[in-house]
Write a protein that binds this ligand. Structure first.
Ligand code: AKG
Ligand code: FE2
Length: 238
């Protein structure tokens, strides 16, 4: 797997089960601008995140969200997953500030296959980008470092009305990785990589983040918008 100089591969078992910590990928000023856009939208529409911290389409349908990916400091990061050269538009924006906003153990593959998730694409790579300053207590992500991960069954429990989670008894016996990330970094992982909102730390400090989903050219959906990382432009699939 190709890497930017500042990227650290935390594990890499196959195209769908890997984790990269990409350091210093985004300019702090562009992150601040994107966060200001999110905050402005929330000020205008306080219910923008009413449902479990996930941004509504009114918040997400703006190309300002792609300024981030068009200004990555090192485009080599995209070469780490070359078949996934289109980012599904709009990206997901999330604001985690209560325990109810936490997402349990899951594989993003489950969301691809569900009616209310990303749908339509068979596979994806996720790039998770925090927008605000990260503190020790900030709920970031944690991951299972496990070689033998297949597609796992998920269920919906009362605790997580808006998310699927892998039942406890199905969780692997493997070590958990909690990358220490800083503002400007991203976490990139496959759709079978098992992850959740990290529950380490007692208090919940607000965290706003964007999730970009990279999909394969062969799986593009007609009439849908994408950002192409090969020519760095927004494109509608005609
Ligand atoms: O933001 C979170 O806590 C969960 C994010 C997540 O599951 C993802 O980026 O795929
Ligand atoms: Fe996820």
């Amino acid at each position: 797997m190709n890497m930017t100089i500042l990227s650290k591969k935390l594990f890499d078992y196959d195209d769908e089960n890997f984790l990269i910590h990409a350091r210093d990928l985004f300019d702090i000023q562009i992150l601040a601008k994107t966060l200001a856009y999110v905050n402005l939208k929330v000020a205008k529409c306080p219910t923008a995140f009413s449902e479990h911290g996930i941004g509504s389409d009114t918040l997400r349908m703006n190309s300002v969200l792609y300024e981030l990916v068009s200004h990555v400091k090192d485009r080599k990061v995209f070469q780490g997953f070359p078949q996934y050269s289109y980012i599904s538009y709009p990206p997901m924006i999330r604001r985690v500030r209560r325990k109810e906003d936490f997402v349990g153990w899951h594989q993003d593959l489950k969301y691809l296959k569900s009616a209310r998730g990303l749908s339509l694409h068979a596979t994806c790579v996720t790039m998770f980008v925090p927008l605000n300053e990260i503190e020790i207590e900030s709920p970031i992500l944690e991951f299972y470092d496990n070689k033998n991960l297949h597609e796992l069954p998920h269920d919906e429990t009362k605790q997580s009305q808006n998310s699927y989670r892998v039942p406890e008894f199905m969780l692997p016996q493997a070590s958990i990785v909690r990358p220490k990330i800083a503002l400007g970094d991203a976490l990139v992982f496959g759709d079978k990589t098992l992850h959740r909102t990290s529950t380490v730390g007692t208090g919940v400090t607000e965290r706003v983040s964007i999730e970009f989903r990279f999909v394969k050219e062969l799986e593009l959906v007609s009439g849908k918008d994408y950002f192409c990382t090969r020519n760095m432009t927004l494109a509608r699939q005609g």
